[in-house]
Design a protein around this ligand. Sequence first.
Ligand code: NDP
Length: 284
Amino acid sequence: MHSEHIILDGKKLAIQLQNILAKEIARLPASPTLAVVVIGDNPASAIYVRNKEKAAQKVGIKCIVLKFAEDITQQELEIQIKQLNLSNEINGIIIQQPVPQHLDILKLLTLIHPQKDVDGFSPLNLGLLTMGDTQAIKAATPKGIMRLLQETGISLSGKNAIVIGRSNIVGKPMAQMLLQADCTVTIAHSKTQNLYLLVKQADIVVAACGVPYLVKADWIKNGAIVIDVGINKINGKLCGDVDFEAVKNKVSYITPVPGGVGPMTVTMLLQNTYEAFIRQNCKQ
Ligand code: NDP
């Protein structure tokens, strides 16, 4: 039993960072502009896009939502993305996922100009991250998690970290960022055996698998830092991938769901858009 635990308040930190960002953006000669490509009518996506729009507006980023029909062809969409690449008005381009099955998302992501890929999902930016290049635009969710970890003031060097989940948008870039911070990183996934034994060794646990309450209290090493990325719904109520109420008594730091990683993700997307604007307009 760990006597004290601290809640890593992502909502509060996100507001602080957004206030700083708003001041920096107010000093720019023009508003950074983010294009959000939305295909079809996924209700969950609609909520995420609305949140991004609201947050963008708050900090002074112009957000243009481009809605396309569910049955748009790959070729038509590629033309649209090429046009956004060419537009001087657009600083960042993101494609809201998931996209309909007939579309080749990897090809679409590859097409986004790397300097405008503010989600950091394109192969070039993910590749640069893997090679330790500091110029890579970093995926928002793991970037926000690194910022939350920074809040603990604890040195990450040499720590055992486990990332549960290996998606291209969360798990893999998360593992790379922890590796870059000199953690010893284990990546777990649905075929991992004896997951609890691996989690038990970890000083830092990042749960990003989308399985409600998967991570249990008796899996956790005393005093570990636990980051819960999961967004799940049970009986209409949001919950994470960690059994928060039980796990919190064993940890040093833990993120809640909601109010942990989620607000930081949106903030890092805005930060990436601002940085893209600076790189595109203020050539050093
Ligand atoms: P994906 O579904 O793309 O990936 C899930 C990963 O978890 C896969 O690698 C899968 O393994 C692994 N996995 C599934 N079940 C288990 C299990 N029982 N044990 C171990 N690993 C398992 O999801 P995302 O990465 O996109 O998202 C993960 C979660 O994070 C979701 O709940 C999502 O809603 C949330 N999310 C939250 C964000 C935020 O800002 N808070 C942002 C993005 C996502 P395999 O590869 O073998 O299939």
